[in-house]
Design a protein around this ligand. Sequence first.
Ligand code: ADP
Length: 259
Amino acid sequence: MSAGPGSEGAAVVALRGVDVSYAGSAGGPALQGVDLVVRAGERVALVGPSGAGKSTLLRLCTGAVRPDRGEVEVLGRSLSGLGAAELAAVRRRIGTIHQRLHLVGRLRVVHNVNAGRLGRWSTWEALSSLVRPRETQAARAALSRTGIADKLMARTDELSGGEQQRVALARVLVQDPDLVLADEPVSSLDPARADEVLRLLCETVATPSRALVVSLHDFDLAVRRCDRVVGLREGRVVFDRPAAEAGELREALYLLERG
Ligand code: ADP
């Protein structure tokens, strides 16, 4: 489905007039006057040169970065007023994928996949699962969707880079989040594998109430797999268009890169 910027679905992410500056940063603000609404059902790609503010925008949505000015609303909650427990509850509904995968290499794959469940388990359940893995069926099913079901009990650091990427994806699949935020998740992959990973990410949010925001270097991939493409440059949103307008988008991208 393609829900454009003006559509009526519920806002999963809403940034209004957001400015962010990092303390001690020699450059200008990381984000300035950013307005962006991502609605339920949308898959939104962030594109733009390095340093444009893509990671900062994604980190705002988890509350890892606080705005100096403006409002950040995620999954219906304004993050500014939330205490630690309420913020943790919002974060449990957000799946994140980073370029660095944040897997524990010494542990078996099943434990890294089950890390996606930790938000729902008690401390006792989490600890006991390290001895006797819980919910192995769900972990195996998620690994099977990413194509490596046979690696369930393998040591994570014995897998190839591509396989580890699939483990990180399986972790998000078992988490089953309402919002997926992915920061350059495919930059180290060949084009075929990158396309497959993005397809799986889109599948994770295929329910109409969910959304994906993903920063991507590969513009063609962004247009092929996402509903909307948002261009950032020097901390500002310089275009925000449906992916179907690929021709216009390509011109906008040209301006974005050339300045
Ligand atoms: P992108 O993801 O598009 O490469 P970032 O959001 O990482 O952009 O960075 C935006 C700007 O903020 C850049 O100028 C970058 O140097 C700066 N920046 C990012 N993270 C930090 C940080 N932790 N401390 C200081 N400056 C930062």
